[in-house]
Design a protein around this ligand. Structure first.
Ligand SMILES: [Zn+2]
Length: 336
């Protein structure tokens, strides 16, 4: 299938951490408006794009937000203290570049001598935007402003690197599905959700309003195919380049068995390579859909991703293609 890497790059470059999804939402609105039967933004900020059908109500969810940081205080010398939005590894942040939506950038550094970065905490970090006093910083930055850890988008023939494929790749796939004009009887709601990284908040509100029969989150999953000695990725059989992964269980959901079976059968029938994953912790908007209102048969279709929640997440071009194929085939063929 034709993958629009320029659009993916544009999505990745939007500075939209949890609670500040406006920039990426505008881009998605623009990209999808020609393909929607109706579209609206709900009270929490989720963008819902509806393609009407007579069949079962299916909600596809991809979260627009990314992890980031929020300014908590500015000291007399103009240095900025921050807190985390979503789960950030302080080690990834240290020495990196912070970028704010207003164009301001700064160095993220630490305030004590460290023998070993292993015990670095958020408390140790500050941002230096090159100012010399509080007033100077305040001309550019307010308390409550948000920023992200900057990195450059990169692609070669096989893979792509970017800071927030979690979950801009999900957003991209949903946009691309809308553009494909898929023939389906299903009543499909494409939900671009907010505040997933801080506890799957937007997905709950979206699911309550939509009340779907079936819910599929399109998100990312860690892989176990890089050097790692301990941690939850260590024994994960998921590999980059081996196709989309269907979630069996994570910390928040045991996926609907019939739905997973239907997805896997569709993958087999269409010769789409797939994997399955079980995570001991973590969770996605699949849980929001499963456990809101009267509930929905739910699961998560994941794009294998190395180095999740670092400034350089890596995904495979082949997996993007195969995931898009599987999602489109699902809408065409799912009928139970
Ligand atoms: Zn995610």
């Amino acid at each position: 299938m034709n993958i629009d890497y320029k659009l993916l790059e544009k999505l990745v470059n939007c500075i939209s951490p949890s609670g500040s999804e406006e920039i990426v939402r505008e881009l998605i609105k623009e990209e999808t408006k020609a393909f929607a039967d109706e579209a609206y933004v709900d009270t929490l900020g989720n963008l819902i794009v509806h393609k009407k059908g007579k069949g079962k109500k299916v909600m596809l969810a991809a979260h627009m937000d990314e992890i980031g940081m929020m300014v908590t205080s500015i000291d007399d010398k103009g240095y900025i203290k921050i807190c985390s939005l979503g789960w950030n590894n302080p080690i990834s942040l240290a020495g990196g570049r912070a970028a704010f939506a207003n164009g301001t950038e700064g160095v993220i550094h630490w305030n004590r001598s460290l023998e070993n970065h292993g015990n670095l905490t958020f408390e140790d970090l500050f941002i230096d935007i090159g100012t010399t006093c509080k007033e100077d910083t305040e001309r550019k930055i307010d308390i409550g402003d948000v920023c992200i850890l900057k990195s450059d988008f990169y692609e070669n023939e096989k893979f792509v690197i970017g800071r927030n494929f979690d979950d801009r790749i999900g957003c991209y796939l949903l946009i691309e599905m809308l553009k494909q004009n898929i023939k389906t009887e299903l009543d499909v709601y494409y939900a671009f959700t907010v505040q997933e990284e801080v506890g799957c908040r937007g997905g709950k509100i979206a699911a309550f309003n939509i009340a779907p029969d079936v819910g599929i989150a399109v998100d990312v999953v860690s892989t176990g195919d890089y050097p790692i000695e301990k941690g939850y990725s260590k024994d994960l059989p998921v590999k980059l380049g081996s196709g989309p992964s269907v979630r069996i269980k994570d910390g928040k959901i045991i996926s609907d068995k019939n739905l997973n079976e239907a997805i896997i059968n569709i993958a087999k029938k269409n010769n789409i390579k797939y994997q399955v994953d079980i995570l001991l912790n973590a969770g996605t908007d699949a849980a929001s859909m499963q456990q809101t209102g009267s509930g929905a048969a739910s699961t998560c279709i994941n794009i294998p991703t190395r180095y999740i929640h670092s400034p350089n997440e890596m995904i495979s071009k082949r997996d993007i293609d195969e995931t898009l194929k599987l999602l489109c085939a699902f809408l065409e063929e799912y009928n139970n």
